[in-house]
Design a protein around this ligand. Structure first.
Ligand code: FAD
Ligand code: NAD
Length: 466
């Protein structure tokens, strides 16, 4: 078997690269070891977690918030099995959708574990042990990432779970301890809190969501705490021992000190993800990785070995599905002789809590550290008519613009539908917009997006509605 392009891994990086390569007329195959396509994102990541977030939000709304709108409901109860089967159906439909797209684009799915044996050559080992030899003019590694383990804690996916286990707990925990106040911890912690669990989030650092704008993270923490999440910051978990009823966890201050033991019936370990390159044969061809195990590439995603490329979670940059997808498009275009480009300064990041937390560009801390003079404009959702009508007026929009040129450098939003609102800013930043450009753009009334316009006006001290 011989192809122009063979992609290893069918996550958002790999499947998108394959579709784009096929669109460009290249004979393309994808090696995938799982039984379904779509990778982490569709099977055990973005999609199932968002299904649970939406369903649990509806449950929470019916229980606690419909009354604001004069909607009276009787006793609200949870059907966890139905909630889970909605998630399973969404995953099944979407992973099946990728299979359809492969057929439509005449992409071959080589089922099994891919291993690079030489430049331009791979082996695919099927579940039955059969071995296929494949020749490829170009190989794209898109093998993604896997859970980072926590020393002293064994993930059994029963009582001590990773995100994968936390997406399918058989019951609502009475007490759930989440280790890590990052994106997964806050999203899945919120899911189980809304469904009735008592949730404690243990975080090593003295803040949640490291890397995000600090003011945004602090405000988000306050709102999540108001919803009932308990935060134990500057704390580390040193041991987790399963027992008859659950798990006994040993905690210590991060800097060391007196240890204490707390009980939980489930523990979610969410302290990050690491690149996945096991069994790939990198050493056989001399592909280099950095200190964090990420495959090193040049600006065109090519590894040290000509004709072997890498994209997505397995290389540097934020571990996000849309980043992987964009790299997939660009690498296919580069292989086809076109030029591709990604602006890493304009990749949005969203935490799908309630309210959502969305950010693009630089944080205030990053601008200060880089010595860039900036002006900040802020606008609260409490002054936005639509947010008030929705009874969802917590949070704010913050626009950071260059003090001299007014160019937008970063925008940070905590509030209803922040994930959709940030898209406007991504586009604005791609076009090198100034805060004034956003402020002078007509935004429909009454919409949440008016808060973005007002924050842009506030950069120049002329917000209208505060
Ligand atoms: P992956 O999606 O990890 O896919 C890699 C694929 O390669 C897998 O299918 C794997 O089986 C296959 N593979 C690996 N090695 C081999 C081999 N040797 N041979 C054959 N196949 C192989 N990102 C967002 O942008 N938004 C979100 O809302 C979001 N939510 C998330 C929620 C959770 C719980 C998790 C865990 C992640 C979430 N992410 C989210 C991150 C997102 O899932 C990843 O950034 C994205 O999936 C990375 O895509 P990828 O193509 O690089 O790799
Ligand atoms: P993360 O990097 O977002 O957060 C990990 C958290 O764990 C950090 O706050 C870190 O300080 C903390 N931590 C690390 N070691 C610790 C320890 N020993 N004890 C206590 N806390 C510790 O990682 P994650 O939440 O596991 O998510 C992994 C990746 O998946 C992220 O890079 C993210 O980009 C991606 N993801 C994205 C989304 C989204 O876009 N909505 C959702 C889920 C996951």
């Amino acid at each position: 078997m011989s192809y122009d392009v063979v992609v290893i891994g069918a996550g958002p990086g790999g499947y998108v690269a394959a579709i784009r390569a096929a669109q460009l007329g290249l004979k393309t195959a994808v090696v995938e070891k799982w039984d379904t396509l779509g990778g982490t994102c569709l099977n055990v990541g973005c999609i199932p977690s968002k299904a649970l977030l939406v369903s649990s939000e509806k449950f929470d709304e019916a229980r606690h918030h419909l009354g604001h709108h004069g909607v009276k409901v009787g006793e609200v109860s949870l059907d966890l099995a139905a909630l889970m089967s909605h998630k399973t159906k969404v995953v099944k439909d979407l992973t099946g959708g990728i299979e359809f797209l492969f057929k439509k684009n005449k992409i071959t799915w080589l089922k099994g574990l891919g291993r690079i044996t030489a430049p331009g050559a791979l082996e695919v080992v099927g579940k039955d042990g059969s071995v296929q030899t494949v020749a490829a003019k170009n190989i794209i590694i898109a093998t993604g990432s896997d859970v980072t383990p926590l020393p002293g804690v064994t993930i059994d996916e029963q009582r001590i779970v990773s995100s994968t286990g936390a997406l399918k707990l058989p019951e609502v925990p009475k007490k759930l301890v989440v280790v890590g106040a990052g994106v997964i911890g806050l999203e899945l912690g919120s899911v189980w809190k809304r469904l009735g669990a008592e949730v404690t989030v243990v975080e090593f650092l003295d803040r949640i969501l490291p890397g995000m704008d600090l003011e945004l993270a602090k405000s988000a923490q306050k709102l999540l705490a108001k919803q009932g999440l308990t935060f134990r910051l500057s704390t580390k978990v040193t041991a987790a021992v399963p027992n008859a009823t659950g798990v006994a966890l040993t905690l210590e201050p991060s800097k060391g000190g007196t240890a204490e033991t707390i009980d939980a019936d489930y523990v979610l370990v969410a302290i990050g993800r690491r690149p996945y390159t096991e069994g790939l044969g990198l050493e056989t061809v001399g592909i280099e990785t950095d200190g964090r195990g990420r495959i090193k590439t040049d600006k065109h995603f090519q590894t040290k070995v000509p004709g072997i490329y890498a994209i997505g979670d397995v290389i540097e940059g934020p571990m996000l599905a849309h980043k992987a997808e964009d790299e997939g498009v660009v690498v296919a275009e580069i292989i086809a002789g076109q030029s591709g480009h990604i602006n890493y300064d304009a990749i949005p990041g969203i935490v799908y809590t309630s309210p959502e937390i969305a950010t693009v560009g630089k944080s205030e801390e990053q601008l200060k550290e880089a010595g860039i003079a900036y002006k900040a404009g802020k606008f609260p959702f409490s002054a936005n008519g639509r947010a008030r009508a929705m009874a969802a007026a917590d949070g704010f929009v913050k626009v950071l613009a260059d003090a001299k040129t007014d160019r937008v450098l970063g925008v940070h939003i905590l509030g209803p539908d922040a994930g959709h609102l940030i898209a406007e800013i991504g586009l604005a930043m791609e076009f090198g917009a100034s805060a004034e450009d956003i402020a002078r753009t007509c935004h429909a009334h009454p919409t949440l997006s008016e808060a973005v316009k007002e924050a842009a006006l506030a950069v120049d001290g002329r917000a209208v509605h505060v």
